[in-house]
Ligand binder design. Sequence first.
Ligand code: NAG
Ligand code: NAG
Ligand code: NAG
Ligand code: NAG
Ligand code: NAG
Ligand code: NAG
Ligand code: NAG
Length: 543
Amino acid sequence: MISMTWVSNRMARRFIPCLMLLIASVTTDLTCTDLRSVCTCGMKLVWHEGAWQNLAVVNCSSAGLVSIPNYSSLEGHEIDMLILNNNNLTDIPPKAFRNLTVKELLLSRNPLKSIRQNLFAPLKDSLRKLELQGVELYIDDGLVFLSNLDQLRALDLGHNHLKNEYGELTEGIFDGLALNSLKTLGLRVLKLTKLKEGAFRGLPNLEELDISINYLAEIPSELKNVKNLKVLNMYSNEIMILKNGTFDGLTNLETLYFGANEIVTIEEGAFAGLEDSLQRINFYHNALTSVPVDAIVNLRKLKMLGFAANNIQTIENGTFVGEYRLEILELDKNPLTYHEDMFTGVEDTLTTLFIRENKLTTLPLRALRKLKRLSHLDAADNHITEIDKLFFGNLKLSKISLMWNKISKVDPSAFKSLPNGIILDLYKNLLTDISFILKLEECKFKEVDVSSNPVICDCFLEEIINSGRVATSIKGECSFPEDDSKIYRFDSPQLMERLVESCNRTKKYAFCLSAVSRASSRVTLMSVLVAIMTSITYLQPHV
Ligand SMILES: *[C@@H]1O[C@H](CO)[C@@H](O)[C@H](O)[C@H]1NC(C)=O
Ligand SMILES: *[C@@H]1O[C@H](CO)[C@@H](O)[C@H](O)[C@H]1NC(C)=O
Ligand SMILES: *[C@@H]1O[C@H](CO)[C@@H](O)[C@H](O)[C@H]1NC(C)=O
Ligand SMILES: *[C@@H]1O[C@H](CO)[C@@H](O)[C@H](O)[C@H]1NC(C)=O
Ligand SMILES: *[C@@H]1O[C@H](CO)[C@@H](O)[C@H](O)[C@H]1NC(C)=O
Ligand SMILES: *[C@@H]1O[C@H](CO)[C@@H](O)[C@H](O)[C@H]1NC(C)=O
Ligand SMILES: *[C@@H]1O[C@H](CO)[C@@H](O)[C@H](O)[C@H]1NC(C)=O
């Protein structure tokens, strides 16, 4: 024991300087000690545009600022993000950003009301993204402060105002500003009722437009002038009909979000012209009574269709026979009846199906078994009480969500024919006992979530937690029958202390994770760092 501790100690002494070096080498001298009372500065690992990135961040958000700090100590640094959100800034003086290099400036939720004409001019060559949500700006007062920001890719002007009484986005509002690089524009929550012809003139490279949560009752014809449009978000407007040829000419359009409108009619030619571009359409929460078969039949690139929360009762045989290869389908919250031939046409392509809130008591296996490639099934929020032996039939699912049901019994053999490495979500059910995990092969499950179930803390649970049978994570909490007021999370040390009083501590015998990571051979710097950190934390008490 003593020599073990000594070895560990020695290892730790060798490790720690290495680690320091590693950390030091990824940190530059962006410290801004003079701003310490209001901002945090430094390199930060941030989930950003779909990846973990190490960014130089100056974060002065939610600091009660009424005036902008003196940033002269940041001159000469490349700042990836300067965050000033959620403050009480009103007038920002013209030299506030002088001599700074900032890629993303976040100024949302400050009562600015207006912005000085040359405020952002010093950032002309560096600024890629500007967030101005909820700054009490009147958009139609003019946007001259954006002039010449010719590197700007993304601009968010949501949650602001229009002074004209009709709620119109007037024409030429971006014209002459030289916003030649702008790709993403956010105009949500502006009480917009109309987009005038010419409103987007001056934005030759616009690709993504968010005009959600407004009062638009028609698809603006001005959209046809946004020739490079790829993503259109019209979530929560007042659209009732999609007319023939609405998007004609927008041959780059890939994604349409129409959630929370009042669409009842989709004409046959509604998506004409998008045959070789449209990939995703979401009609969440509209008033459709059937799938618009004729409108979608020729959409060769279509991969994802969402019809959640409509009023679709039947899907006739042949509904999904088209030129597309559909992968993802959402049918949640419809008064649907299921039958054997409803998925004809997508048997060999559909991988992901959502059937939440459909009042199901069992899975509609007769319909599902036709889907040969189905691997991800979400049947959350139904009326399922039991996973019996035949529950999954011969489906080959690897990701299963059954959250928000009333499941109290699980027959382990239900999972027998499923492949190993299942991700199973049983959040909010009525399970007291999860010993089915012990009755299946080791590594059957990659992740299991049984949070918000009345699980009992017992020796089966001890073995599940300590054995390593569930590859990456087992999440949940439990209580002891004799004192069920206290609830322990599975990862709490107090739980393990209490469990090993009565059960023998199970030695880890299943090594699923190493099998998984060897298989995918993805060892990142992060996971190495985390491993080192973990071993140091573990060693600390001995040191
Ligand atoms: C900035 O700080 C706020 C408040 O402290 C925090 O919520 C936010 O996550 C931080 N942002 C970044 C990118 O670090
Ligand atoms: C900001 O700080 C620098 C250096 O401390 C100083 O020279 C400069 O005058 C300050 N600027 C303002 C506007 O106070
Ligand atoms: C913002 O500043 C104004 C005065 O400029 C003050 O009346 C108000 O209470 C401040 N609001 C907050 C949230 O600090
Ligand atoms: C900051 O900008 C001013 C004028 O724009 C310039 O005279 C000065 O040299 C700059 N300082 C640095 C450190 O670049
Ligand atoms: C849709 O419009 C095209 C011309 O733009 C026309 O050829 C076609 O017949 C129309 N279809 C319907 C269903 O109105
Ligand atoms: C459903 O349609 C397919 C072809 O689209 C056909 O082969 C099959 O017989 C139909 N089923 C029924 C019950 O009509
Ligand atoms: C613990 O292990 C010992 C020896 O292997 C065994 O006799 C005992 O029954 C075990 N206790 C429990 C609760 O499993």
